[in-house]
Design a protein around this ligand. Sequence first.
Ligand SMILES: NC(=O)CC[C@H](N)C(=O)O
Length: 309
Amino acid sequence: MSAIEQVVREIAEEMRERPDRGDVASYIPELARVDAGQFGLVVIDADDNVAVGGDADVPFSIQSISKVFTLTLALGRVGDRLWERVGREPSGSPFNSVVQLEYERGRPRNPFINAGAIAVTDLILSGHQPREALGDILRFMQFLAEDSSIAIDEAVAASEQRTGFRNAALANYMKSFGVLDNPVDYTLGVYFHHCAIAMSCRQLAMAGRFLAYNGRNPSTGLSVVQAERARRINAIMLTCGHYDGSGEFAYRVGLPGKSGVGGGILAIAPGKASIAVWSPGLDANGNSHLGRVALEALTKRLGWSIFGA
Ligand SMILES: NC(=O)CC[C@H](N)C(=O)O
């Protein structure tokens, strides 16, 4: 067994025993039903070796982790013009905060808070039907993960569509400033559905590989994005990927990472590994509690923090 496999298994066992599991998201009713006792961890290294621990193959709702992939797709479509619509500074506010939008004339702080991700989704949608845009996003995930079985959990999407009043407020407010081009219902429909994509840790770590290896898929050698773009997406994950918990995540884990309220985190050790962890219980910022604890243990034991040992 490799050193990485050993560490991944140890951590999965340690996390299974932990009593402090955080609380599952309850504002999306369908997510409130998920068993908080689950834990999964997958690490894929530069040689495409896959180390798995715990519930590595159980699909979960990726939620805001999808924002990394919609950003990648939108940058591919419109290039750096995207940054006219959305900033790239940390918000220091909760993921669904409304307050900054008025001060900054409807331009969201970054693509990973809800407002920013809704604006990015609107760019992907432009000129397409919602169904086509969603198909493009889903096919991109399947292509990156090399797994055509990845699907949208329609129950989660419907659950959020019924209760997503805050997101509707954000979208309408941005629309009033002309930041969204498409009908608000269309943009929100695509946003709720891409957040409801269900993936396992194994699939998610597969999908994240291009960010760890200079924009390339290590198994095919094919370039997904240019190295510069991968580096920049990692930078935004580091500074904005955990909302107002981004500083704490950088301090403790020391890797670019993106969390979702389904309890997943995608973390990137540049040149070394693509990592996915899942534990449904969240901390006060809406980030996976044990996911962060596990990643802190992993980077410490393997010496993988980008800031040094
Ligand atoms: N942080 C998250 O994962 C939030 C995503 C969720 N779909 C929302 O819009 O509220």
